[in-house]
Design a protein around this ligand. Structure first.
Ligand code: APR
Length: 257
């Protein structure tokens, strides 16, 4: 049922909430989402962005480094939605965030308990010279992405690992890549302990991520969905608030605290 931010605030005030976020919470920071009008996958073919293509093709890697460089030149900042969740975590009403996003904006807003299901674009790591299908098994080298951009800006279109000469990749999970060890288990444990799961800014279609709020709702947790369009999990939700995440989360936080 469609309800207001105040109803969401009342649910928040009872505590025991874990937020589950998707790309829609970051669009107000200037980062496009994936599947709504103008989203990344409406302009680029996701099949071109698989782990195996990245590992196999230097041309794909050169293009990926150029795209990452362009994205990072924007320097996105947390918006009202990220800040509201960080404020609610500081008051103890929200026990952290499980996010599908790789932009690091929850941490930049002050959230401390963040599980990044799909990794982070803020670091790069070595995936080795010939990783097994979907498994980044490099030498262990990892550095801030800014380090890699210094190499790209110095003319290395596809910088190699300084430790073993292997392939460097953003510390994100691409299509066809396994989630990093332990992350799904940590996210599952967080949502299993929640009285309320609040899904924000996600089409809730991509597995295994979308299975987490669905499983929580099926075991009896209350599912609140904040999204500007319908999602497949709306029928499982205790309440659905349709609209823009930043204003809804700010109003709900004000009503709860
Ligand atoms: N407020 C509320 N909802 C919004 C806003 C906003 N400001 N902006 C966008 N939305 C909604 C969109 O309408 C859409 O329903 O957020 C949803 C974003 O959905 P997707 O673009 O599919 O993003 P997400 O659900 O995070 O995708 C999951 O797919 O490609 C992979 O790894 C990628 O993590 C990503 C995963």
């Amino acid at each position: 049922m469609l309800l207001s931010a105040d109803a969401l605030g009342a649910l928040l005030a009872e505590g025991g909430v874990v937020a589950f976020t998707g790309a829609g919470i970051s669009t107000e920071s200037g980062i496009p989402d994936f599947r709504s009008a103008g989203g990344v996958w409406t302009r680029h073919d996701p099949k071109l962005f698989t782990f195996s293509r990245y590992v196999r093709s230097p041309e794909v890697r050169v293009r990926a480094w150029a795209m990452r460089r362009e994205f990072w030149s924007v320097q996105p900042r947390p918006n009202a939605g990220h800040l509201a969740l960080a404020r609610l975590e500081a008051t103890g009403l929200v026990d952290g965030v499980v996010t599908q996003n790789i932009d690091g904006l929850h941490q930049a807003a002050g959230s401390r308990r963040v599980v990044e299901l799909h990794g982070t674009s803020r670091d790069v790591l070595c995936v080795g010279t010939a990783p097994r299908a979907g498994t980044p098994d490099g030498c262990g080298f990892r550095a801030p992405t800014s380090w890699a951009f210094d190499r790209v800006d110095a003319g290395e279109a596809d910088p190699a690992c300084p430790g073993c000469g292997g392939i460097l990749k953003a510390a994100t999970v691409s299509f066809g890549q396994n989630l990093f060890p332990g992350v799904l288990e940590e996210a599952t444990a967080r949502l299993a302990a929640a009285r309320t799961v609040r899904a924000v800014g996600s089409t809730l279609k991509v597995q295994p991520a979308a299975g987490l709020p669905a499983a929580a709702a099926r075991r009896g947790a209350r599912l609140g969905i904040v999204n500007n369009e319908a999602t497949p999990l709306d029928p499982l939700a205790t309440l659905v608030v349709r609209g823009t995440a930043g204003s809804i989360l700010s109003a709900a936080a004000a009503a709860a605290v």
